[in-house]
Design a protein around this ligand. Structure first.
Ligand code: SAH
Length: 347
């Protein structure tokens, strides 16, 4: 096998490698200057030093699903449940707008309370109050018809990580009523409707192999998403995976760089999970090729309750403090927060 330098050069030129070559890059998790520098070069060529901000509103932690890794799974009886009202969600958006946010991300568990009618009303109200903003939804698997109605109500973007592309691995992370097939179907439906689509996966989730990660890269090549979110899996004590260990910072960073080289135009966040496993995880993510951060706009009193995993950061501060802190971090890493909508720059 060739040395990393050659592999990185070829990945830059071709935006692709063979499975064997990807394997060589992914089988280790050591920090790799060549990979990081190449990714930063490509990121600067497409997006300069700009970092887009997305105001994240975690509007419900009720969930009908029972994913084995997730802290807000249905069977976690110790989770204290909440859902925001439409008025509360609109207040978060208004506060965010005043702080410079031009994208709002509504994320939540799969909460049956939020029927199409209710969710469409919320989307339409945000659209009316903030016509110049992008509205991103991240509310899991729904029908084609539901996605269409939400799009018609004014939603522009949708985040739905495929979690793991390998069907067998998917089956080890989820109960039988959930399938990789349906999740992937959702992603192609969203794309066909006209959403800017974000997908992604957890790094270091239980039972994950290097081959699984290569399958994730191949799936993304097929989907050609506009946004790609990845983060380390982080253990939560009140899940069936309580005894499993969390994913690695270094492997996540390597994958951020590889994704930047494969998808030069992509919007790639330095995720909260990265910031949770290392105090400077998000700065390292930006330097490795990420160009988005997602400060929390949820009301402070519910932040701790949206606990997908343990020790989640940024659960204490007000929105204004959160964006202030993140802007400083972005600048310290050598980049600059911009308030533009930040749509994908696909060729
Ligand atoms: N219900 C929505 C939103 C899920 S939460 C949906 O189905 O898309 C957003 C993401 O958090 C998930 O897609 C998953 O990749 C990630 N996540 C969940 N539990 C996690 C954990 N224990 N560690 C790290 N990431 C986790």
């Amino acid at each position: 096998m060739e040395n990393t330098e050659n592999l990185v050069a070829r990945l830059c030129a071709q935006r692709d490698l063979t499975d064997e070559e990807f394997h060589a890059l992914l089988v280790t998790d050591r920090w790799d200057a060549q990979l990081v520098e190449a990714a930063d070069r490509v990121r600067r060529a497409h997006y300069g030093v700009d970092v887009y901000i997305r105001g994240l509103i975690e509007f419900t932690n009720y969930c009908k699903n029972n994913c084995y890794y997730c802290g807000i799974r249905r069977d976690n009886r110790n989770a204290v449940r909440y859902r925001l009202t439409q008025a509360q969600i609109l207040a978060c958006c208004a506060e965010g707008y005043a702080l410079g946010f031009r994208t709002f991300v509504l994320q939540g568990g799969e909460d049956p309370y939020f029927t199409d009618d209710r969710l469409c009303a919320i989307v339409a109200a945000i659209r009316k109050n903030h016509p110049d903003c992008a509205i991103t939804l991240s509310v899991g698997e729904r029908t084609h018809e539901s996605y269409q109605r939400l799009f018609d109500a004014g939603a522009d973007r949708y985040l739905l990580r495929h979690e793991t592309a390998d069907f067998t691995h998917y089956g080890r992370l989820h109960p039988a009523e959930l399938s990789a097939e349906n999740r992937q179907r959702c992603l192609f439906d969203l794309k066909a409707i006209g959403y800017q689509v974000g997908s992604g996966f957890m790094v270091g989730s239980p039972y994950q192999t290097t081959e699984n990660l290569i399958a994730d890269l191949r799936f993304l090549q097929k989907l050609q998403p506009d946004m790609i979110g990845i983060g380390p899996y982080i253990t939560h004590a009140e899940t069936p995976f309580a005894g499993q260990k969390s994913g690695s910072l270094e492997l996540t960073l390597r994958l951020v760089s590889i994704l930047r080289l494969m998808f030069p135009y992509a919007l790639i966040p330095a995720t909260t999970a990265l910031g949770t496993i290392h105090p400077e995880g998000r700065e390292m993510g930006l330097k490795a090729g990420a160009n988005v951060v997602m400060p929390n706009l949820s009301p402070t009193d519910v932040r701790k309750l949206y606990a997908l995993y343990e020790n989640k950061i940024c659960t204490g501060e007000e929105a204004a403090q959160c964006i202030g802190c993140l802007s400083r971090r972005v600048e310290n890493a050598g980049y600059r927060v911009v308030t533009a909508r930040g749509d994908v720059k696909k060729a």
